[in-house]
Design a protein around this ligand. Structure first.
Ligand code: ZN
Length: 328
């Protein structure tokens, strides 16, 4: 994206150069000194239509409508709402087809409402009829991508995806930056807070994790993301496994029914990030002696599943293996 972009004044049609990162800020037209981004659709006519379409670096949505058209009245507010959410990254223009019949014909508008999207003078997308609000929103999101902007709302999901990826790759600083970006916009984002909890765990800052967890607003405490992160904190608080992988493996070689050794072996494997092998050992205890130590192996598995999160492939396969043992 260029650092500056052109935008056509909705009041006097002057072409203004503004920073591309304007975010719909209160910028005034250099000629008429009125606001460039009013938050309202711009009513255009044949005389100034081409100038707004061709000279703006901001994607322009054109709503062809008429006062007598019922579906137009339905669509109008949904369009305004979706465009307002882009904070100036998309502009909404309205053309009254009754007053601009030649232009409507030239644009081949055969029924209304008709919505055309233009970017740098080229038509890039469009739709006919009053579509549901969700479709209007995804249409506007697509248009933002055309111009290189991140869609509103999807931005947080993108950032969270990148953060989780960085976290599981051990790039903790990178993950932290992304989580904080999300929290700066939305301090109560459960996924991002869960991410910060996992970051603390990954750094061995168990006390900080517990403190954050204890001070979360009640309405967040039971969200799936926080519940899963809480399990990770609980596990971290159990401390390191008593004994190394090699020691515990040797004990098991001597006595495969030393369930405590196997339980500790699982914890040691988990601590090394060998999650699937940890699951194997715990499942093996369930198989050998389901009731051992008040079902400790099954309970530990459930905690590990929570810590990984319900959508993790290892959680899904682990749960399947556990229930086939329990219900065999
Ligand atoms: Zn102006």
């Amino acid at each position: 994206m260029n650092e500056m972009q052109h935008v056509v004044c909705p009041h006097c049609d002057a072409i203004n150069r503004i920073p591309a990162t304007h975010h719909g800020a209160a910028l005034n037209c250099g000629r008429c000194h009125r606001l460039l981004f009013t938050g309202h659709p711009v009513e255009l006519a044949a005389a100034n239509f081409q100038r707004h379409i061709e000279r703006s670096d901001i994607p322009v949505l054109v709503d062809f409508w008429a006062p007598w058209c019922g579906p137009c009245k339905q669509l109008g507010p949904a369009l305004e709402k979706a465009v307002a959410a882009t904070k100036g990254a998309v502009q909404l223009v309205k053309i009254n087809v009754d007053q601009n019949q030649d232009l409507a014909r030239e644009m081949r508008v055969q029924s209304i409402p008709a919505v055309y999207a233009f970017f740098q003078g080229r038509p890039v997308d469009g739709f006919l009829g009053a579509v549901p609000e969700s479709q209007v929103k995804s249409f506007v999101d697509r248009l933002m991508r055309v111009s290189g902007h991140k869609p509103a709302g999807a931005a947080a999901a993108d950032l969270l995806g990148q953060a989780d990826e960085a976290l599981s790759a051990g790039r903790l600083e990178v993950a932290e930056g992304f989580y904080h970006d999300v929290l700066a916009e939305d301090p109560h984002n459960a996924e991002a807070l869960a991410g910060v909890l996992r970051l603390h765990v990954a750094r061995g800052e168990v006390a900080a994790a517990r403190e954050l967890l204890d001070n979360l607003p009640a309405e967040l405490a039971n969200t799936p993301a926080i519940t899963a992160a809480r399990s990770a904190v609980d596990l971290a608080e159990q401390g390191p496994a008593p004994g190394s992988v090699a020691e515990l493996e040797a004990r098991l070689a001597r006595d495969p029914n030393d369930h405590q050794a196997r339980f500790d072996f699982a914890a040691a494997l988990y601590a090394e990030g060998r999650v699937e092998q940890a699951f194997d050992q715990l499942l093996d205890i369930v198989k050998r002696s389901r009731e051992w130590n008040d079902q400790a192996a099954r309970k530990q598995l459930l905690k590990l599943f929570d810590a990984l999160g319900p959508a993790h492939p290892l959680t899904i396969s682990g749960r399947r293996r556990l229930s086939s043992l329990l219900f065999a």
